[in-house]
Design a protein. Sequence first.
Length: 515
Amino acid sequence: MNPHRIGGALAAVPLALAVLAGGAAASSHREAPFITTVPKVDATDFYLFRSYESGRSDYVTLIANYQPLQDAYGGPNYFAMDPNALYEIHIDNDGDAREDLSFQFRFKNALAGNGAGISLNIDGKSIGIPLIQAGAVGNVKDANLQLGESYTLSVVRGDRRKGHAQAVTNAANGGRSFDKPVDNIGSKTIADYAAYAAKHVHSANIPGCSQPARVFVGQRQDPFAVNLGTIFDLVNAPVSVITNPALIGAVPNTIADKNVTTLSLEVHKSCLKRSEQGDDVIGGWTTASLRQARLLDGKPASGHQTSEKTGGAWVQVSRLGMPLVNEVVIGLKDKDRFNAAKPAGDGQFADYVTHPTLPALLEIALGLPNIAPTNFPRNDLVTTFLTGIQGVNQPRTVTASEMLRLNTAIAPVPFAQQNRLGVVGNLLAGGSDNAGFPNGRRPKDDVVDVALVAMMGGLCMANGHDNALGFGAACNPAAVPLGATAFALHDAVDQATVPLLAGFPYLNTPIAGSQ
């Protein structure tokens, strides 16, 4: 078995299924009917990778981004997180498609002065100001901030609702609360946002873990890159352009001026595995949940940051593991159902993977009939989408289910040496970078381009005559008509040009509302 071939083949699947549909934005933004009504709990991207910051290679970074398409000038209230929501990052470390660890984030948004806010003396009267800030901001809990955001973090072992929950504590003071920076209002309010945000990277103690973790929650520049309008307009680009590797950066990133809110954790890999002798492969995904009932307050009290009262059980409304799955793999009629489902129940969606509609849509989009692979059922896609690649990121025992899977035994690669096409790029280059997508996902991985390769039969091509991927008759060469052209497909936007940080939390400083 050739691990380079295996990794490369598998690298592209999930996004391939997603990249060509219309009506959505970026990686997994606004992907289902209900989630469009509650953008504060809309997950946009999920990343899971061995930390490549110098000196941190034994750690795993988990990043869940929420609140899509934030315009930097989105004042005066900007993009606070929802205090009535439950945001979670889940880890399955035994391959049974059920969470073994859940990191739970809850937010609190409070006005200064115990709800009184900041006031100015106007003709002898104390009048509350209308803005979030009353002056320049540069410190944690800055006195000029009228609205302060904080959060608590818990770890639950076992079932997310019935398991054993324990508080993650702030290593600086032993408390349960962590402060979140205000969004990047602009350079006059926050002269050095990078330095200000860095003060909100917290060291945290996780019960049961011998090594401290790091946590950061705050606004970041959206790390995803895509030729959004062109791709979603039925790939409105000449075939000669999107099959020429020399033109991978022919057009600008459509969402380069958008921000997101990131929930970032860096945890020692030993805390995520079942044991030191356990399986090195972990699975991960993020979810957001709301209370079952909501009562709107027709006469909200002064000083309160919400006009609703909530109650009842938590209801999962957002789910994201592999990028773009719900956006364009799952049929419209089942999108809300998928967002509410757990990985253990993914059998109900299997037909969307074994018989995907996107290859046929690609035929229409490119005006090239009979180019879609016909090797049904698409077991080449099932391998990456639902089980992971044997010898790369497949657990010792696995229940077929959708999530990102990371082999924590594969060492990270420094940023400058990372292949932007992840494992498939490593296959083509004959290199040694098996630490990228779909073996987890790094911010630099160009999942759109990797996905296009798989869409048009790249996995079966990598399977080859020696059946390296174990697909056998499922990869009949006659059923993969596009041939070598698949390895040249791209969306004309280079993911590797998106600015990123060299270390935690990796995602770039957010775009400022004013320069």
